[in-house]
Design a binder for this molecule. Structure first.
Ligand code: UGA
Length: 449
């Protein structure tokens, strides 16, 4: 929305939320307090806020003044009830649609931005049409519903929004499609704006995420085969990436994909396939999740095995807790399950992340910071070198730029021998650290000497 406001000075953008704390943070004078860390975001907010970009809890007014409403709420995996563990929970989409139905005036275009299961627009339409007829008696209100899923990735959100590969608009109301397209055309070439029917649009979003997650899982699965065979995952990824049919992007092996979207969207796809009787298709996609969990477990097991089966009271420095670099988002981060596994085995973790706050880690771990030296706890690291004193190992889980500049010589001097490095993101200079004396394991790197 901030990027829309930057490119469309004549459009007033109002972002509303029921969460007062969040809205206050978006309005905070100190731009470091914005609820989301995203490179380039605070600059856009600073430029546009209170000009044509507003953050408010006054949902009623904002909707009644709006010509177009974007529904951009969470659609997490259902925790209970029908489809629990797989289907997306649409309660926020539904309640947003009800608010729009209640407060809108005249004609309103409703744009589904959240990632939703196929045919959700039908649900929105039903709510909008039902309420407009029942409450007013006559059709004082009218609506057009479009789907326009978001393809930005965290950490590169502003870049992705400024220069997207494509924008998708699904719907059948030509007037509404044109109005939404006109907004995007302020900065996006028209050939990149794709028009489809509403269900193709909804399904394309789920499919894009499923394909991306599958690709990461594919390269991760090969990383496991590289290690015992003498192949190097970076060389394999580069070699296959030269094939223009495969392409070279999204082929970095890692500790398993995280983030709020991939797992949720695949589970949703699995649910939809089962619902439509496509058991084999559902099983195929579910395997991506199974393998992703396996990769995480493989890493924690391997660390434990390198310590001859016990990490009890071992001091292990975890570098990176966010699910990827350049974000403070920890949702579904592989660091969560790997850290929990190590703690369950008695390790004392010291967790470092340049953007994630200790409170957030506490929430994800379901365990408070533990300052004592008892088995199976964790502490927060403010300084890598201080935390590395007498550490038995360090594990790189997020590919933060700052970890490329670690002074390995300094670390080796202060860590306890045998001083292990486990690099799950392939950013550590293997030869250099081995010469210094570290024991080293790198994901997808040959273990044959
Ligand atoms: C993903 C999609 O990339 C976006 O297109 C989509 O809009 C978004 O989900 C969404 O549905 O909202 P995001 O989850 O923010 O974006 O981040 P990604 O860059 O896709 O990374 C996801 C996970 O895969 C991360 O844990 C990352 O470390 C991992 N990954 C990614 C790898 O391990 N290797 C790679 O080569 C790429």
């Amino acid at each position: 929305m901030a990027v829309i406001s930057a490119h469309c000075p004549d459009i007033k953008v109002v972002v509303v939320d029921i969460n007062k704390g969040k809205i206050n943070a978006w309005n905070s004078d100190n731009l470091e307090n914005l609820p989301v860390f995203e490179p380039g975001l605070k600059e856009v907010v600073k430029k546009q806020r209170n000009k044509n970009l507003f953050f408010s809890c006054d949902i009623k007014n904002a909707i009644s003044e709006a010509d177009m409403v974007f529904i951009s709420v969470n659609t997490p995996t259902k925790k209970k009830g029908l489809g629990a563990g797989y289907a997306s929970d649409l309660k926020w989409v539904e309640s947003s649609a009800r608010e729009v139905a209640k407060y809108s005036k005249g004609h309103t275009i409703v744009v589904e931005k959240s990632t939703v299961p196929v045919r959700t627009s039908e649900l929105i339409k039903e709510i909008l049409e039902g309420v407009s007829k029942n409450e007013t008696g006559k059709n004082e209100k009218s609506f057009a519903v479009l789907s326009s899923p978001e393809f930005l990735a965290e950490g590169t959100a502003i870049k992705d929004l400024e220069n997207p590969d494509r924008v998708l608009i699904g719907g059948d109301d030509i007037n509404a499609i044109n109005q939404l397209s006109k907004i995007y055309e302020n900065w996006i070439p028209k050939y990149k704006i794709l028009l489809t029917n509403v269900w193709s649009s909804e399904l394309s979003k789920l499919t894009a995420n499923a394909f991306l997650a599958q690709r990461v899982t594919s390269i991760n699965s090969i990383s496991a085969l590289c290690e015992p065979t003498g192949a190097e995952i970076k060389e394999v990824a580069s070699a296959i990436g030269y094939d223009s049919r495969i392409g070279d992007k999204f082929l970095s092996a890692g500790p398993g994909f995280g983030g709020s979207c991939f797992q949720k969207d695949i589970l949703n796809l699995v649910y939809l396939c089962r619902y439509y009787g496509l058991k084999e298709v559902a099983n195929y996609w579910e395997q991506v999740i199974t393998l992703n969990n396996w990769q995480r477990r493989r890493i924690s097991n391997l660390i434990i095995e390198k310590f001859y089966g016990s990490v009890s009271l071992k001091k292990i420095l975890i570098l990176g807790f966010a699910f990827k670099a350049n974000t403070n988002d920890t949702r579904e981060s592989s660091a969560i399950s790997i850290s929990k596994d190590l703690i369950e085995n008695g390790a004392q973790l010291i967790i470092h992340d340049p953007q994630v706050k200790p409170k957030q880690i506490e929430y994800e771990m379901g365990q408070e910071i533990n300052d004592s030296s008892t088995e199976g706890g964790w502490q927060f690291s403010k300084d890598i070198y201080e935390s590395a004193i007498d550490a038995d190992a360090l594990v790189i889980l997020t590919e933060w730029e700052t970890y490329n500049n670690i002074d390995w010589e300094k670390l080796f001097k202060i860590m306890r021998r045998p001083a292990w490095i486990f690099d799950t993101r392939n950013i550590v200079p293997k030869k250099k650290v081995e010469i210094l004396g570290f024991k080293f394991w790198g994901l997808g790197k040959s273990v044959i000497n």
